[in-house]
Design a protein around this ligand. Structure first.
Ligand code: 5GP
Ligand code: MG
Length: 491
């Protein structure tokens, strides 16, 4: 196959699906979307089915804004899926809001997608050649139509398998086919998806925090290449290992930045991973200072691990909050211009003078993307009277863009794309700067490097992406290409 060009916005989103015994699905889905709000703030939507017909509601903005009074009541039925969509820089596009829903000859389909395909154009051209017109330029509609087409002459499992062999890239999906809810995780397991049990049914979600919110129990992660079919009325689920690959490509950045710290992803509690990365950061590049200070909130777990490891080593260092966050200011990352981003950092954070003045400070954050946050904060700390400022970052330098749905910065915007760590230290004007090594990340996650997607920190991707190099044999023959045998629900 030819290398895929990327089309449409990269998306890092939250997906959910439930099947319940009698109770309406809309409200639990709504709560689950609240729990996944950090994964997407541009739009939110729910699709349900009551055994006769499909209902949907999609709105722009935060979950709380996307649904008005009465909207949930109109979404009938005890099964459904939901989606929270991440904003793409500068543009707000209602055509891309999800779940994507479509009716076709043999039924109805709803689709919630987190991730990004790398061969969208190719599959789309194929479908267009057969006379189909698309309503959006996103990759989710491409999956939906490929699946709808395959459903015309096959059962659901066969159809999903065929679609999986056609589309490449990252996808954690919850799909509603008539009144059956299914979950599907791409063969590399790039984006997370897990399954949980509720008192009266089952739930699929991007993160386990959504299961907690519904008072459910996390059963396990959906395996890479696995299809999970929830039985109607929350009676159980069946799983089918449709595709198996030699290596996974789990996104390490989920653990570093994106996921909630209280979620368990691929078997690890994100908070503990972040603390572990912070400990490693001390081991690799610890420096004596009076205070260790997190960038709120993203650096907090890292800083607590770092400070604890330092204290274990006998360092005389205090862990202190030195920056106060205004929680009513949105994420700085999504501001369209650099000027606005800088203003937003100042709106968002203010130093606590007593913990800074006359002190040597180690400032800890999870990552540096453009360098806006660190540059601004260092200046703030210096103005507040810090004697010296050291910066420690709980991830390796981000040198290349993400095509799989995380960072939206392009190479030109990435401060580490073509500068050494010393150049960056000089730019953000600090006394010292260190990042974490890639090996420390793999070790802390308990994964081999070949089982992680490290594209943004190595510039080599586990996928075939036009204009980029790949670090492995991609699109190799599928190992487990057999008809899916139902596995035990509790395996
Ligand atoms: P910078 O200011 O260097 O451009 O971005 C670094 C800051 O943005 C860090 O504090 C980090 O927590 C946060 N960050 C890193 N990646 C992302 C992302 O993909 N989205 C958002 N909203 N923030 C990010
Ligand atoms: Mg941050």
């Amino acid at each position: 196959m030819t290398a895929g060009r990327l089309n449409g916005p990269t998306e890092k989103c939250g997906v959910v699906g439930v099947s319940l015994d009698g109770r309406d699905a809309a409200r639990p889905l709504y709560y689950a979307l609240y729990a996944l709000q950090h994964r997407g703030q541009e739009s939110a939507g729910i699709v349900t089915h009551d055994g006769f017909q499909q209902y949907d509601h999609v709105g722009m903005g935060l979950v709380g804004d996307a649904f008005g009074p009465g909207d949930l009541e109109d979404l009938r039925g005890s099964c459904g899926i939901g989606h929270a969509r991440y904003p793409t820089a500068g543009s707000v596009d209602s055509a891309c809001a999800q779940p994507f829903s479509v009716s076709f000859k043999s039924g109805s389909l709803g689709l919630s997608h987190n991730g990004n395909l790398v061969n969208t154009d190719e599959v789309r051209a194929d479908i267009e050649a057969q006379g189909h017109a698309f309503t959006s330029d996103g990759d989710t509609e491409v999956i939906a139509h490929d699946l709808a087409r395959n459903l015309l002459d096959g059962d659901l499992i066969r159809a999903v398998r065929r679609t999986m062999n056609r589309v490449h890239g990252s996808y954690a999906l919850t799909i509603m086919h008539d009144d059956t809810v299914v979950g599907l995780r791409d063969p590399e397991g790039n984006r997370p998806l897990c399954i949980g049990e509720l008192e009266d049914g089952y739930v699929l979600a991007s993160e386990s925090a959504a299961i907690d919110t519904l008072d459910g129990d996390l059963l396990r992660d959906v395996r890479p290449g696995e299809l999970v079919v929830l039985e109607p009325d929350g009676q159980g689920f069946e799983t089918y290992q449709l595709v198996e690959r030699e290596n996974t490509a789990h996104c390490f950045f989920e653990h570093v930045y994106f996921a909630r710290p209280d979620s368990v992803i691929d078997g690890s509690l994100v908070y503990e991973v972040r603390r572990g990365l912070g400990r490693k950061l001390w081991e690799e590049s610890g420096i004596d200072s009076d205070v260790v200070m997190p960038v709120p909130d993203s650096g907090r777990a890292f800083a607590s691990g770092y400070a604890e490891a330092a204290q274990d080593d006998g360092a005389d260092v205090e862990f202190a909050e030195g920056l106060m966050k205004n929680r009513y200011v949105g994420r700085t990352f999504i501001m369209p211009t650099q000027d606005e981003r800088e203003r937003a950092v100042r709106l968002k954070l203010n130093p606590i003078r007593s913990t800074v003045e006359g002190k040597t400070v180690t400032l800890i954050d999870d990552s540096i993307v453009r360098g806006t946050t660190s540059t601004q904060l260092v200046e703030l700390l210096q103005e507040a009277g810090a004697k010296a400022v050291h910066v420690r970052i709980g991830a390796p330098p981000i040198v290349a863009p993400c095509y799989m749905g995380i960072n939206m910065a392009s190479r030109e915007e990435l401060i580490a794309a073509d500068g050494s760590v010393e150049d960056i230290r000089d730019t953000i004007d600090v006394d010292s700067l260190s990042y974490l090594s890639i090996d420390a990340v793999a070790e802390t996650l308990g994964e081999h490097r070949q089982d992680l997607c490290l594209g943004c920190v190595t510039g080599e991707y586990p996928y075939d992406i036009e204009g980029e190099t790949t670090d492995r044999e991609v699109n190799r023959p599928v190992i487990g290409d057999r008809d899916g045998e139902p596995a035990h629900a509790d395996d």
